[in-house]
Design a protein around this ligand. Structure first.
Ligand code: AMP
Ligand code: ZN
Length: 141
């Protein structure tokens, strides 16, 4: 895609700090470095988001993530955790519309990265959970 910043990175049209490359994926340091080693992995084929990934491309894309995770852990032995983040659509904080997975090493609790999971368990009865699960299940193709 012509105006896609990540396609330009893959093509070497704009610089990046490359971590890894093969025929299917490209991995490079996120310019924001939320934490040291914050890495993005992207499929070489331009796909906007998770909804556009078919199973073959998804398999190629996601299969690279564990070895990148292990590489980060080996490179930075002081890592105490790792968050994987994949944002889809602007509401969910996607800002670059070429699908990517963030690997965000964690070294301590308070370091500029946070995830909040509210527990709304008390708002749902089992019947409603079953309806929700069924409606998702019936949409799987
Ligand atoms: P997201 O908000 O999930 O779409 O993430 C996009 C990420 O791309 C952000 O964390 C940016 O810091 C990162 N980013 C944008 N431009 C560049 C660039 N030229 N090189 C490296 N990372 C970039
Ligand atoms: Zn692209």
């Amino acid at each position: 895609m012509n105006d896609c910043i990540f396609c330009k990175i893959i093509n070497g049209e704009i610089p990046s700090s490359k971590v890894y490359e093969d025929d299917k994926v490209y991995a490079f340091l996120d310019i924001s470095q939320v934490t040291k080693g914050h890495t993005l992995v992207i499929p070489k084929e331009h796909v906007k988001d998770i909804y556009e990934l078919d199973e073959t491309l998804a398999a190629d894309f996601f299969a690279r993530v564990p070895k990148l995770a292990r590489a980060l852990k080996e490179a930075f032995p002081d890592m105490k955790g790792l968050n994987l983040v994949n944002n889809n659509e602007a509401l969910a904080y996607q800002s670059v519309f070429h699908s990517h997975i963030h690997l965000i090493p964690r070294y301590q609790e308070d370091e500029g990265f946070a995830l909040k999971f509210e527990n709304n368990q008390n708002k749902y009865q089992q019947e409603e959970l079953s309806e929700i699960a069924n409606s998702i299940n019936q949409s799987i193709k």
